[in-house]
Ligand binder design. Structure first.
Ligand code: V1S
Ligand code: CA
Ligand code: ZN
Length: 393
């Protein structure tokens, strides 16, 4: 592992806070902040920190969160009692209004600290990109793409991505947001609906009514009014169960390659949700670490300043594999690292299989049926190309 050296000619920064990882959403809740600890343990076991600038992230301030979120929402988030505490008499009303305290977005101990640390990491990453101290900044504790201005949603309370992209917009004319989480990046899409300075692209499982959050159809490209500069700047790639590495990589490269030519982003915000991997507790796809990571590598090769965020990912061993390998891509060490997980990796037994790249059979037993036809994927590419004809600057 001592063969891992700093990449030549560019800088990568890694933003994490071990305090964040100690928070718990509750016994049965799928979101396990501990997956960040497992990721860091693998990144460290491979010696990758030697090749990066490592920052212990601070909590974002109220004012920073306020750049996107409403004050009444933040005030409530900061003061809301944990679920097992005595409730305030007028609060049930606010919990409903802000979608807090249900099973998806429980009020747990230290919630505000957890949220502000997640956003602090993403914001630090954005600042490093802005002031050119980093070319790639990694914030695996962020990527919480569902949170709205005044509403929690789908395990997300603070939209760290929106806060970070708003920071990028201070220094870059155009930002491309790409989302490979299995869920639709609805919160980020909605936040930038009315600007042509941000293009959002989400790849996701789409089945309204039965799969969360139910939005992100092929035809949903932003409000199409004559006066909306943001029209056509929301791109959605709705997919069915069981998509394979080969199909996904091809689709991703075709679509992102074309968007890069047309939109010419000056910075990229890449949400790397790992619930699109095969074997994820909530996911539906057949992606392996190789296919997921190929998307990251493709973005890296565009040579545009980039933030890599985390996001979903509910089978911690697979999340750690993907994000550790994607960290190695950022530092250009992926061809050098041994696929066998180092002997001295803490919690090594949690990985079950001792490789970074288990086979689909090892992950799943029986692979999930692939419900994506070539014909449908072609239609999606065709539709995206048509949308991009409207994009000029
Ligand atoms: N799919 C799914 C799912 N599972 C849960 C869940 C399960 C057990 C619990 F103890 C608590 C919650 N919730 C959901 C989804 C939300 C998925 C969020 C994904 C987040 C992300 O990866 O994109 C980014 C971090 N919620 C729902 O489907 C909503 C319900 C409609 C059904 C489930 N119940 C529990 C809540 C309402
Ligand atoms: Ca997505
Ligand atoms: Zn997700």
């Amino acid at each position: 592992e001592f063969g891992i050296t700093r990449p030549k000619g560019y800088t990568v920064s890694y933003h994490a806070n071990p305090e964040m990882e100690k928070h718990h959403f509750g016994q049965t809740h799928p979101m396990k902040p501990w997956r960040l600890t497992l990721t860091k343990s693998l990144v460290s076991a491979y010696g990758m920190p030697f090749a990066m600038d490592n920052y212990n992230t601070r909590a974002a301030t109220y004012e920073e969160l306020n750049s996107f979120h409403a004050s009444d929402y933040l005030d409530y988030l900061a003061s809301a009692p944990a679920e097992d505490m005595p409730r305030d008499i007028d609060n049930p009303d606010k919990e409903v209004r802000f979608n807090l305290g249900g099973s998806d977005c429980p009020l747990f101990h230290g919630l505000y600290d957890y949220c502000s640390m997640s956003a602090g990491g993403s914001l630090d990453a954005a600042r490093k990109i802005c002031n050119k101290q980093s070319d790639i900044a990694i914030a695996w504790g962020g990527g919480l793409h569902h949170a709205k201005r005044s509403e929690a949603s789908g395990f997300c309370y603070i939209n760290d991505i929106v806060v970070a992209v708003l920071q990028l917009l201070r220094c870059f004319p155009r930002v491309l947001y790409i989302d490979i989480d299995v869920h639709h990046g609805d919160g980020v899409e909605e936040a930038f609906f009315s600007t042509d300075r941000v293009m959002t692209v989400s790849f996701h499982k789409y089945a309204p009514e039965i799969f969360f959050p139910g939005t992100g159809g092929l035809d949903d490209n932003g409000p199409k009014s004559e006066h909306n500069p943001g029209a056509h700047h929301a791109i959605n790639v709705p997919l069915n169960d069981g998509i394979t590495d080969e199909q996904y990589e091809h689709l991703f490269q075709t679509i992102i390659g074309k968007i890069n030519e047309v939109f010419r982003p000056s910075a990229i915000a890449l949400q790397c949700g790992a619930d699109s991997l095969a074997g994820d507790r909530l996911g539906r796809f057949n992606l392996q670490v190789q296919g997921h990571a190929a998307c990251v590598e493709f973005c890296k090769r565009l040579n545009i300043p980039m933030i890599m965020f985390g996001g979903g990912g509910y089978t911690p061993r697979n999340v750690a594999r993907a994000w550790a390998f994607e960290t190695s891509i950022a530092i250009d060490a992926h061809k050098k690292i041994d696929p066998i997980i180092p002997q001295h990796t803490p919690w090594r037994e949690r990985f079950i299989h001792d490789t970074l790249f288990p086979t689909l059979e090892q992950i799943l037993g029986e692979p999930r049926a692939n419900r994506n036809t070539q014909k449908r994927l072609q239609e999606i590419v065709q539709h995206v190309h048509e949308q991009l004809r409207f994009v000029t600057h």
